[in-house]
Design a protein. Structure first.
Length: 313
């Protein structure tokens, strides 16, 4: 890994590759040196690599066998104490700075091979899946959050707002990172205990990750959920043709919400994003359903809109 000048800073690149599989949002993972799940991660060498993106594409393919399509830079993660999941521990270890990228793909039909797997996003963040109502994991999380908050009004306000613990609170699906950081601060996720040499928290049905990779995934999922509403990014995850039911299932898999069927379809039609193909799918488990396709960019060059998410909690 390249060193940046005399400051002992090393630059790495992390890729959050998201796809849809069996109506679940999944993320491409590898393993760190200690076996923990990790994002595809590699060094940036300024003497060898022409751009961040080219370096990212090369090492993701080398590590996972998976070629990247669309990518977008997320954020630079450089908190003191973070480390590459492949770094060698020791007092001379340089400070690690990672540039995170979000990538979307339609190709998740099979495990990509090498040291790679498709991991369900809601295995990593089970509290983010509200498609069937309040997640079961909240029965464990809520007492832990309230115990951490005690009588601190500011802490109580944060957990009430972010986790919608009161009926009058609205769940904001975009606040993925804020919720994870609150759980980290409260010591309710394994990474917090690991980083602060504390006893492990109560066992949760969640999946901890190497280094700060769960924070990077949280940033990516929050960004993607936000982009659903103002850019047609959902179509970067769906096949070339799809039923409207499958499109709704894809939106729900990303947003973690149950959406109102008729309102969703009206919103898709009103946005003018899709066109009927006249072909019907017979493998829907019921009556044949018509296949649609994404229309793409507007002829005027204007950016295509996103999708409304009716029925948000």
């Amino acid at each position: 890994m390249a060193q940046g000048g005399d400051l002992g800073v090393r630059i790495g690149l992390s890729a959050v590759v998201i796809a849809l599989r069996d109506r679940q949002a999944v993320v491409l993972t590898t393993h760190a040196a200690d076996g923990a799940p990790a994002l595809p991660f590699g060094p940036f060498d300024p003497a060898r690599d022409r751009t961040f993106e080219l370096a990212l594409r090369a090492f993701v393919t080398a590590q996972t066998g998976f070629p990247l399509g669309f990518v977008e830079q997320l954020y630079t993660f450089g908190d003191l104490g973070r480390a590459s999941p492949r770094a060698t521990p020791g007092p001379d270890r340089a400070r690690e700075v990672s540039v995170g990228y979000l990538a979307l793909t339609r190709d998740a039909s099979a495990a990509p091979g090498l040291d790679a797997a498709w991991t369900p996003v809601f295995d990593i963040f089970p509290w983010e899946d509200w498609r069937d109502g309040r997640p079961a994991v909240m029965a464990t999380l809520e007492p832990g959050l309230r115990a951490w908050a005690e009588d601190d009004a500011r802490r109580l306000a944060r957990i009430e707002t972010l986790f919608a613990l009161s009926p009058e609170r609205r769940w904001n699906e975009e606040k993925v990172l804020e919720r994870y950081e609150l759980l980290y601060e409260a010591g309710l996720v394994a990474e917090s205990a690991r980083d602060h040499d504390r006893p492990p928290p109560p066992v949760l049905p969640d999946l901890a990750m190497a280094s700060d990779h769960r924070r990077i995934v949280a940033t990516a999922l929050g960004r993607l959920r936000s982009k659903l509403k103002y850019r047609p990014v959902l179509f970067d995850l769906t096949p070339e043709t799809f039923t409207l039911s499958a499109l709704q299932g894809a939106a729900e898999a990303v947003a973690g919400l149950s959406l109102h069927k008729q309102n969703f379809r009206r919103g898709v039609e009103r946005a003018g994003l899709v066109q009927a193909t006249g072909v019907f799918a017979s493998d829907t488990g019921g009556r044949p359903a018509e296949l649609f396709r994404f229309l793409g960019a507007h002829p005027s060059g204007a950016a295509a809109p996103g999708l409304t998410l009716p029925g948000q909690r």
